[in-house]
Design a protein around this ligand. Structure first.
Ligand code: GUN
Length: 303
């Protein structure tokens, strides 16, 4: 196989190392002032992929000096028991970020759980207060994967203003917040999904294409405008020639000659998502400190 031209590769692993170095430095400065940020990660049940994701999140937190508090609960945990834990974490001043790993077991209502998290500790950015804040362009906690994609895009494209971005997929975790962030960066944004008519033609309009559908190699070279910048969020496990491997939503080998730049899978968006979870934990701490300051000054000012 020919070597991949490195200039075309958007190296998420290397960028994630830089983001984590920035976070580590900020954590050190905080700890010198006697503050150690804390991240609580909650996993309900035994989903194999979720167990790997949670372990990686906890390890990364420890590496950058964030105190990680892991809560592994059995699959038969009731909704009320989970709500009681979230309430305790909301009240705990040592906890600055709360992440409940999804998916949850079917008997637990995901929306009820996400809405129970204090919006200032919602490092996933899934609470409706944060979703609404993002839509309004306010300074709120934003979902990790789309925020990570924006950093990769800024580094790969420079100025994003005026570019036509096509987001493939409309999930609450990636597609919708991705579209909101691109709009905030003054892109022209199209969101397409499984029921869109003539998906390839819509994708061919993209200067920037963000693929987040979870369908292995759905997007081939004929879906891409020459010179497009492609961010592949998909992480799909397939078996090929008897070997298990990870591939994206984009047919990487076919796309490569066509694009200006592309994220590989693995090594693209994946490592960046965890790095942005660490960054969001520090943003959450900052928002909490600001809120506490505002509360103190409100108490001091005469009514
Ligand atoms: N499961 C898959 N992706 C995510 C994510 O970004 N956050 C949480 N909490 N669960 C997930």
């Amino acid at each position: 196989m020919n070597a991949i031209p490195t200039l075309k590769l958007i190296d998420g692993k290397a960028t994630a190392m830089r983001v984590l170095a920035e976070v580590r430095e900020q954590v050190q400065a905080l700890r010198q002032r006697g503050v150690q940020p804390g991240l609580a990660v909650v996993l309900v049940g035994m989903d194999a992929a979720s167990q790997v994701y949670v372990r990686n999140k906890v390890l990364r937190a420890e590496e950058v000096g964030i105190r990680s508090l892991e809560h592994r609960l059995p699959s038969d945990t009731t909704q009320d028991e989970l709500l009681a834990l979230i309430d305790r974490l909301n009240q705990d001043p040592a906890v600055n970020g709360i992440l409940v790993q999804l998916p949850l077991p079917a008997h637990i209502e995901e929306h009820r759980i996400l809405q129970a998290i204090d919006p200032l500790k919602d490092v996933d950015g899934f609470h409706s207060a944060n979703v609404g804040g993002l839509a309004q362009g306010r300074d709120v906690l934003t979902p990790c994967t789309p925020s990570a994609c924006m950093r990769l895009l800024r580094e790969a494209c420079g100025e994003l203003s005026g570019k036509h971005a096509v987001v493939v997929g409309r999930s609450n975790i990636v597609g919708k917040p991705m579209a909101a962030l691109l709009l905030q960066a003054d892109c022209t944004v199209t969101v397409v999904h499984s029921l869109s008519r003539d998906l390839p033609a819509l994708c061919r309009q993209a200067d920037i294409l963000v693929a987040a559908v979870g369908k292995p190699r759905l997007i081939g070279a004929d879906w891409l405008k020459p010179g497009a910048v492609v961010i592949d969020v998909g992480i799909n496990r397939i078996t090929e020639a008897g070997h298990s491997r990870l591939v994206g939503d984009v047919d990487f080998a076919a796309a490569l000659p066509q694009v200006a730049a592309i994220t590989p899978v693995p090594g693209g968006v994946g490592p960046m998502t965890i790095a942005y979870l660490m960054k969001n934990t520090l943003i959450a701490l900052d928002l909490q400190q600001q809120a506490a300051h505002q509360e103190r000054t409100a108490c001091l000012s005469p009514c």
